[in-house]
Design a binder for this molecule. Structure first.
Ligand code: ADP
Ligand code: MG
Length: 319
């Protein structure tokens, strides 16, 4: 069983940034307005994610660490309409199997918080406001081979920051802060979508991009697309979300590229932040353990919508 959980963990937890991604997912699912991430040594020594969400009731604390225990869906039908980031109940169990993990939580009904140590199973009183803190220390301490694959602290930190930014772009109403080695390295205040875009991607992206917004049938594609002749073009400025979930999808990036094809010269990569809102029944998010891949019921429809939406923006910007 230890072996099976280790293998499963490998699919979810690849590096500190995967832990950050999963823990921030959970914080957002819990309705957090403020999420704080504290890291030591690029997250390898320590990852602490604190939120002001609904908290976990004490009787459910041990269950939260069990594999395939989720409070978010109850039936197969729910799986067709998942409105939460998580639903597989794997993350906490996976993180616990490859680190020293503890969870401290308090609901509005509790007089004080409780901390559960994953390894010992010990439950102790703790002090914190309503919400949850999850701490993972010494990632991969028990799997030295995997620990060896980690890059420098600076690189791991960069991946952790990127994981936070991906969430932050989709949730401008939530505040995010990232600390590394006791220093504040990223602070994103709650604000409007436009403000958040500027805070995350900078003035230059805002200046050199245009709004995308097109409703096609039951689908809406909105966000921003970089102008083809923008001075700087960064391949990593390609953010795509399906119903608020960050995804990597060849079909979508191909749809964008097709829109640019006539106007983009050389090998330049288009830059964009695109949000696709689609009927949840037309997309399957349960394709990959990290949920970064999705499958559409009608991929042509999605490809067309993305292409048309970006084409409309490019046409307007040239007029
Ligand atoms: P999933 O998110 O897929 O349900 P996880 O392993 O990530 O699975 O979390 C297990 C359960 O622990 C969640 O379903 C939720 O009930 C609880 N939980 C985890 N993190 C938090 C949090 N930050 N706030 C409130 N509840 C949480
Ligand atoms: Mg989760």
């Amino acid at each position: 069983d230890e072996l099976i959980s280790q293998i499963a963990a490998g699919e979810v937890v690849e590096r500190p940034a995967s832990v950050v991604r999963e823990l921030v997912d959970n914080a957002l699912d819990a309705g957090a307005r403020q999420v704080t991430v504290k890291l030591m040594a690029g997250g390898v020594r320590q990852i602490l994610v604190e939120d002001d969400g609904c908290g976990i009731p004490v009787p459910e604390l041990p269950l939260a660490l069990k594999r395939h225990a989720t409070s978010k869906i109850r039936s197969l039908d729910d799986l067709e309409h998942v409105g939460t980031m998580g639903f597989r109940g794997e993350a906490l169990a996976a993180i616990a199997s490859v680190s020293d993990m503890s969870v401290a939580s308090r609901t509005p009904h509790d007089a004080h918080a409780h901390r559960l140590d994953a390894r010992s199973g010990e439950l102790t009183p703790a002090a914190r406001a309503v919400g949850t803190s999850v701490e993972a220390r010494e990632l991969f301490f028990n799997t030295p081979a995997r620990r060896k694959f980690l890059k420098s602290d600076a690189t791991e930190l960069a991946h952790c920051l990127e994981a936070v930014r991906r969430h932050a772009l989709a949730r401008p109403e939530v505040g995010f802060a990232v600390w590394h080695e006791g220093k504040l390295v990223e602070q994103l205040r709650p604000g409007t979508p436009a403000q958040r875009l500027q805070d995350v991607l900078g003035d230059e992206f805002v200046r050199t991009s245009r709004e995308v917004d097109l409703q096609i049938g039951p689908m809406r594609v909105h966000g921003r697309a970089g102008l083809p002749d923008a001075a700087r073009s960064r391949a990593d400025w390609q953010y795509c979300y399906v119903n608020g979930r960050y995804v990597r999808d060849k079909l979508i990036s191909h749809g964008v590229r097709s829109a640019y094809e006539d106007v983009l010269h050389g090998s330049r990569q288009p830059t964009y932040v695109l949000f696709i809102e689609i009927d949840p029944e037309r997309v399957d998010v349960n394709v990959h353990p990290t949920k970064i891949e999705v499958r559409f019921r009608d991929s042509r429809e999605v490809h067309q919508a993305v292409r048309k939406a970006v084409e409309a923006t490019l046409a307007r910007s040239r007029a």
